[in-house]
Design a protein around this ligand. Structure first.
Ligand SMILES: O=C(CO)COP(=O)(O)O
Length: 134
């Protein structure tokens, strides 16, 4: 496994504040990760803390979810936190579903809400999977 955790972060608009708050709460952990994110989400996370290393892809509706799915298939994502909005119809719902399907296919931990994200981070911390040890 890579030394730094390779974490994919995505949030629908109604959940972006929650994801930023999550990243800020766990800033020391997140700062030790290589983050890949969909476009708007990535911008919000990068603005939250200058220590966050964020690679921004396309916005979700313009292919960002599919790009993250491709990275999962390439084996370069260790975990996904995708805070979904269950109350709003999305034009790119098929892309969201495809990303989730690939996380299942490749057995990648994927948190779809904050409660599960907390559990994944706790497990990764216990496993020594945060921090730049290079
Ligand atoms: O729509 C998204 C995920 O489906 C997120 O995309 P943005 O981060 O660009 O808003």
């Amino acid at each position: 496994m890579a030394d730094r955790l390779r974490l994919a972060l995505i949030a629908h608009d109604a959940k972006k504040d929650d994801l930023v708050a999550f990243c800020t709460t766990h800033a020391n952990f997140i700062a030790g990760c290589d983050i890949v994110a969909t476009g708007t989400t990535g911008g919000r996370i990068a603005d939250a803390d200058p220590r966050f290393s964020v690679r921004r892809l396309r916005s979700g509706p313009l292919g960002g979810d599919q790009q993250i799915g491709a990275l999962i298939a390439e084996g370069v994502v260790d975990a996904v936190i995708f805070l979904v909005d269950p109350l709003t119809p999305m034009p790119h719902d098929v892309d969201v579903k495809a990303l989730m399907r690939l996380a299942i296919v490749y057995d990648i931990p994927i948190a779809l809400n904050v409660a599960t994200a907390e559990i994944i981070l706790t497990a990764m911390e216990a496993d020594g999977r945060n921090g730049d040890r290079s």
